[in-house]
Design a protein around this ligand. Sequence first.
Ligand code: KE4
Length: 425
Amino acid sequence: MLKSKALFEQAKRYIPGGVNSPVRAFNGVGKEPLFFASAKGPYLFDEDNQRYIDYVGSWGPMILGHQDETVLQSIQNALEKGISFGAPTKAEVTLAEFICEHIPSIEKVRMVNSGTEATMTALRLARGFTEKDLIVKFEGCYHGHSDSLLVKAGSGALTLGQPSSKGVPTDIAKHTLNLEFNNSDSVYAAFAEHGDNIAAVIVEPIAGNMGCVLPNATFLQTLRQVCDSFGALLIFDEVITGFRVAFGGAQHLYQIKPDITTFGKIIGGGLPVGALGAKASIMDHLAPLGPVYQAGTLSGNPIAMAAGLATLNKLKTPLFYENLQQKTHTLVMALQKVAAKHRIPVQINWATGMFTIFFNDQKVNCFGEVMQSDIDMFKRFFHGMLAHGFYFAPSAFESAFVSIAHDQACIDATIDAADKVFASL
Ligand code: KE4
C-alpha cells in the first residue's frame, strides 16, 4: 500500500480530501484509500500491483467487467475519427434511438454528462411542464448533487425540506419534501397537504444509495396513482438500475411506466454520460424546442456514445440477465449461509447485478431501518475483505455490483474469504 499512501499524501495537497468524489476517501470505513492503476474483467490492480476482485465496478458502469474488448474497440474506432465536435453526430442519434426502441415509456432522449445533470434537468423539466414548484424525494435515495436534491427531511414528517449541504439556500431546499421510502401513507399525506403544488416525485425504483432497498408490493404503484391523480410527474431515477436489474430497468421489472426516466453509468460504458427520457409531449418542452433550458458542451460526446452503445448492444445478448441474476443469487445465498454458520446477523437485499449486506437482524425496507444496522461491523467486514483481496464500496450505505465477468471462481473465492472474515467479526 506504500504507493497508494504516498499518492494520497500528494493528492491531498492538490485535491480537496485527496479525492474527486467524497465516498472514495474511505471516510465511511476508516484508513486510507487505495489508488488503482489498472483493471481487467472482474479485477482491479492497485499502484502496488495488488489484485482485488471488484464489487464497485466504478459504481455501476462496468457491468461487462473492465476492459471489455468490444467496448475498447468501439472507443478506438471512434477516437480515430475525432474526439469532440460540439455539433450533432450520428452516434448520439443511434444511442438515443436504441434507448427509445427498448424502453417503452420513452419517445425522446436528451444526453447529458452525468447522472446529476440528468436528474437536475428532469426536475427542471417537470417544474416547467407542470408549472409547479414542489418536489418529493425519499430519505436515503440519492440523485446526484444538484441543490434541490441535497435536502434532508424537515423537522416534522411533512415539513418542507432543509439543506443537507452548506451552500444550498433554504429558499431552494424548502421546495423539496423528503418522505420515507416504502411508506405509501406518507405519500398520500404529503399530496393531501401539498398536492396542488407538487411538480414531481423522484425515486430510485430500487434504492441503491442507502444500500440496496427494494420497493414493497404497493409502493411504486402508489406513486404512479398519486401522480396521476394530482398531475405530478413520476421520475424514475434509473442511473443505477437502468440496464442493470433488467434490460428494461426497474420499470420493466415492476411494470410501472414513469413519466421521466434518468440514466447514467451503464449507458456510458464507463465514460461520462447521463440521459433523461420521456414521451415527446414532455421532452419537447426542452430547449431549443421548448422553454425549459438545458445545455452541455460535451453532451452526446461521440467517444462516450460509442462506449455506451457497445455496452448496451452486448447487454442485448440472450440470457445476459438470466446469467447475471444467477451469479448474483448464487453469491447472495452463499453469503447468507456462511454468515449464518458464524451466527452473524445479516440482511442481504439484492436485485440482479446488485446487493448490500446489512449487519442487522431485522428486515431493511427503509432508511430508518438501514440506520439500525451495525455500521462498525460493516467497517470490520470491509477491511477484512480488502485484506483478502476483495474491494467493496467503502461505505455501509452503498450497493455492491456484480458484473458478467464475475465467474464461479470469483464467487467461490469471495465466499471462502467471507467465511474467514465473518469468523473474525
Ligand atoms: P453522477 O452525477 O455521480 O454521475 O450520478 C448521480 C447519481 C444519480 N442517481 C443515482 C441513483 C446515483 O446512484 C447517482 C450516483 N451514485 C453514486 C454512488 N452511489 C456515485 C458515486 C460517487 O458519488 O462517487
